[in-house]
Design a protein around this ligand. Structure first.
Ligand code: ATR
Length: 281
């Protein structure tokens, strides 16, 4: 007898641009799992209702993207440690009608950095530019994994400060240091000695955006990772300075692969998923 159809989804607003359905449906197919993954456009005011509907309709799991990664926390029954500490969820499992939230973004970024630059997190000093949702979702994972040093540079110092405080308290060591972006004299040394510089602001999404950091600060051979899913002007200019660069697609792939593994308990067919991603790009 054929197994009954398992339902999965991604909740976001907007969500039409999400390529998770193609990636996850290819993974289910490659593993012979009878499952369907769909996009559900979820305006913020409908999040509670949509989550309850998915629970009622016995969805097996779902991804959560912007702007719901933080707001979904109180709607869940359990949280994995990283998600709880970071205050960010991108993956939900429904099991025995209990909803458990995970954050696979940090894992995805860790894998992506390893693929792009051979980075070993435990030995690394990382600089994050930005202290918004993307940094919040990933920096805690690195701290929990035993990263050597995190430097978080942001336009608004208070936001970087409170994120660093949260991280340092959570891991009980002073691993993260915040700086205001307009004081390069304070963070230049950390930038020059960083194993990877991670661009985590929203700058680069719109054509008129300023650069998140003056490329004057960059030197040849530096490793620059942009969490945005395209070759941003920042990456283009970094490449012209002979930096090593990578965009957010690796992170997208590996966070999705980890979600798949959490839902199914199987190894994700990463190469199948990567193929789909490449075709779409
Ligand atoms: P998200 O959760 O989508 O990342 P966010 O929490 O608003 O959105 O964070 C956006 C990040 O981009 C923040 O680090 C933000 O800096 P502030 O904390 O100072 O707002 C950064 N950012 C956005 N626009 C910026 C700009 N014009 N100049 C510098 N930083 C900017």
């Amino acid at each position: 007898m054929k197994e009954s159809l398992q339902k999965y989804a991604v909740l976001g607003w907007p969500v039409e641009h999400s390529i998770s359905p193609q990636m996850q449906n290819a993974a289910f197919q490659a593993c012979g799992i009878n499952a369907e993954y769909e996009r559900i456009a979820t305006p913020p005011e409908q999040l509670v209702e949509v989550v309850e509907r998915l629970r009622r309709q016995k969805y097996s799991g779902w991804n959560v993207t912007v702007p719901h990664k933080e707001n979904i926390l109180p709607l869940l029954d359990n949280l994995e440690t990283n998600a709880k500490l970071a205050g960010s969820v991108n993956t939900v499992i429904r099991s025995a009608n209990q909803l458990t939230g995970f954050s696979t973004d940090g894992y995805g970024l860790e894998k992506a950095l390893h693929e792009a630059f051979n980075t070993d997190i435990k030995d690394s000093s990382l600089v994050f530019i930005g202290a918004g949702g993307a940094t919040r979702a990933t920096a805690m994972h690195f701290a929990l994994q035993g990263v050597k040093r995190l430097t978080i540079i942001n336009r608004t110092l208070e936001k970087a400060q409170s994120l660093c405080d949260l991280i340092n308290t959570s891991v009980n060591r002073p691993v993260a240091t915040p700086y205001p972006i307009n004081r390069p004299d304070k963070w230049q040394a950390a930038l020059l000695s960083a194993d990877v510089i991670i661009q985590g602001t929203s700058l680069g999404l719109k054509p008129a955006d300023p650069l998140p950091l003056s490329v004057e600060m960059l030197e040849a051979k530096m490793c620059i990772y942009d969490m945005i899913y395209k070759k941003t002007p920042f990456l283009q200019q970094a490449e012209q300075k002979d930096c090593r660069i990578a965009d957010g697609h690796g992170m997208l792939l590996h966070q999705g692969a980890r979600s798949f593994e959490l839902w199914t308990g199987l190894d994700a067919p990463v190469e199948e998923m990567r193929k789909v991603l490449k075709q779409i790009i």
